[in-house]
Ligand binder design. Structure first.
Ligand SMILES: [Zn+2]
Ligand SMILES: [Zn+2]
Length: 139
């Protein structure tokens, strides 16, 4: 589970990121959604409140989060980048019908492999694809 972040500004600072207003708002949005949003989704959600926001800013900010390891880039599909502020170990299931991405629990034991000798593993991803329970019933 995502840990509680009382003070996003402090959290960004601790993670080596200068906490501008836009960065704080983008992280806050990402932290509170389970939808694994794309750049577009985040932009459309925030631009009514922050008219000066641009897609480039959203994109660059998300990249900064990923570089500083407070967010993950989920690229189940090559042409679609989604972001996740939950950097704890969990798997992603993408429904090929409704296109939603769901979280599921992964046991750390199942991912024991530490990577090739001498390497430094920074992220582990588990991706599943299929039909979610809702879509599976309709079929
Ligand atoms: Zn579905
Ligand atoms: Zn997730």
């Amino acid at each position: 589970m995502l840990r509680k972040i009382e003070n996003i500004s402090e959290y960004l600072k601790e993670s080596g990121i200068k906490p501008s207003y836009q960065r704080i708002r983008i992280f806050e949005y990402l932290m509170h959604t389970k939808e694994h949003p794309t750049v577009d989704t985040i932009y459309r959600a925030l631009v009514p409140e922050i008219p000066t926001l641009s897609k480039t800013t959203v994109y660059n900010t998300l990249n900064l989060f990923v570089e500083n390891r407070i967010a993950y880039l989920i690229s189940i599909e090559e042409n679609e980048a989604r972001y996740d502020a939950d950097t704890s170990l969990h798997g992603h299931f993408k429904c090929v019908s409704c296109q939603k991405v769901f979280d599921f629990d992964v046991e750390a034991d199942q991912l024991r492999y530490g990577g090739p000798e001498g390497s430094e593993v920074r992220e582990k991803h588990v991706y599943y694809k299929g039909l979610c329970s809702g879509c599976n019933q309709v079929q």
